[in-house]
Ligand binder design. Structure first.
Ligand SMILES: [Ca+2]
Ligand SMILES: [Ca+2]
Length: 442
């Protein structure tokens, strides 16, 4: 990697006070951080170009007092963990505005392996196709079985709703029990959900898709994790999360982030550090260990699975300096990589603030592309409102003229629907002419 630094999180019972040894050419231990919780060590490594692929042992040594007869003696204890440096063999492909993106909700597309539909040990062990709020058993092998279907449609990019493990209980929302089948409640960043087929199935799908000339865009969530995330059961430090004395929800108001003239610090803090919902705790990006954990996971994902682009969920709720660090880490290793930010906003200025733009403001985002919600709203107006001076098709013209605020509007990810919108065919009253016109605008 261009960046020679790597921070390992080591978890185990009472690791505090351990000596740490690694004996592997090119791998140097820079610093061992002890934190509030004695069960964690954060280890800074420096990997020189001489380090070859291979496996090495991390050796932890400490002495613990044990009782021998009537006296206490210090007994040496050694714990080892194995770590592997892999050969780099993945190369993200370029994504541009010519590529047709097809969004798949993996749980709902095709069930390629009924044996993985449910696992008794998971917090939600139900799969029931008759219930629209619960899991249906769809998985990554199911998608892989249909690759020819996509190439026949002219699809170039798959965008999968997040495939990362969501070992969350069902939640009661809107009067119904609901599963986290959508994938946005991460409980272990380094595991693809077993019900989708796990890490190997994701690797296999991506390799097979690449072999057919398809590309993969992955959904990323940096703002929050699911409340069943393994690390929440034994937090490394209290400020791993943005904690409040009493529960505080984000306001969801994007204006609080960019309103430099009239905004208040209080509104900004609530928007940024309030929780998305009570079961999605907000991560504290000002904690450097949290920031490293998330950034390294993004790099690992590209290297391990070979994804080609990122769609970043709930972008406006993240600390934006952290997001720049994360974007820059990816763009430094993979120049030109496509990263697109989700912000369900209503104005071009707001949308532009969160990406590379032509605005003269003290903060400059390094995210190359927005999911173009402003364009989406304008298409709906163009196809569904009465044509007049300020309505209908004129809204689309007005909106397109505002593309001057983006550094490169051709990177805007235009769309007709997404995981949070009604299906576009319904939005245009199931009128096939309007549907075709919408596709043409996109
Ligand atoms: Ca299945
Ligand atoms: Ca936040």
């Amino acid at each position: 990697m261009k960046n020679p630094e790597l921070q390992l999180l080591i978890y185990g019972k009472n690791l505090k006070g351990s000596g740490l040894k690694i004996n592997y050419p090119g791998v140097n231990v820079r610093q061992v951080h002890e934190v509030e919780n004695a069960n964690y060590l954060f280890v800074d490594l420096y990997i020189t170009p001489e380090a070859g692929a291979g496996r090495f042992e991390i050796e932890l040594n400490k002495t613990v007092p044990v009782k021998r007869g009537k006296t206490m003696i210090d007994q040496p204890v050694k714990v080892t963990r194995s770590y592997e440096l892999k050969t780099r063999d993945k190369h993200p492909q370029e994504i541009n505005s010519k590529d047709f993106v097809y969004l798949i909700l993996p749980d709902r597309f095709a069930n390629g392996d009924p044996s993985n539909d449910r696992f008794a040990g998971m917090a939600d062990s139900v799969a029931d196709r008759a219930n629209p709020y619960l899991r249906h058993g769809g998985d990554l092998p199911g998608i892989q079985n249909h690759l020819d279907y996509f190439t026949e449609l002219g699809v170039i990019i798959f965008w999968l709703n997040s495939v990362i493990e969501n070992d969350q209980s069902q939640t009661n929302a809107g009067g119904a029990m609901r599963s986290a089948y959508h994938g946005y409640d991460f409980t272990d960043q380094y595991a693809v959900d077993r019900r989708l087929g796990g890490n190997e199935a994701y690797k296999n799908l991506i390799d097979a898709a690449h072999a057919k000339g398809l590309k993969i865009m992955q959904d990323a969530v940096y703002n929050h994790v699911g409340i069943n995330h393994w690390i929440l059961r034994d937090l490394p430090m209290k400020n791993w999360l943005n904690q409040w004395d009493t529960y505080t929800n984000t306001s969801y108001r994007d204006e609080s982030v960019f309103d430099l003239n009239h905004g208040s610090v209080s509104d900004f803090n609530v928007q940024q550090n309030g929780w998305f919902v009570p079961f999605l705790p907000d991560l504290n990006h000002h904690n450097p260990f949290v920031a490293n954990y998330l950034i390294q996971h993004a790099l690992w994902t590209v290297e391990y699975f070979g994804i080609d682009g990122w769609r970043v969920d709930t972008y406006q709720y993240n600390d934006l300096e952290f997001m720049n660090r994360c974007n820059n880490a990816l763009l430094s290793e993979y120049p030109g990589m496509f990263i697109t930010a989700e912000n369900a906003v209503n104005t071009a200025v707001s949308q532009a603030f969160f990406v590379r733009n032509n605005l003269y403001l003290p903060f400059k985002s390094t995210c190359p592309s927005p999911n173009d919600f402003v364009f989406y709203n304008a298409i709906n107006a163009a196809l569904n409102e009465k044509f007049d001076w300020g309505s209908g098709f004129n809204k689309l013209c007005t909106m397109l003229a505002q593309d001057i605020v983006y550094e490169n509007p051709n990177l805007n990810l235009t769309f007709l629907d997404n995981p949070d919108q009604n299906r576009f065919f319904s939005v245009v009253g199931e009128d096939l002419r309007k549907y075709r016109q919408g596709i043409t605008f996109c």
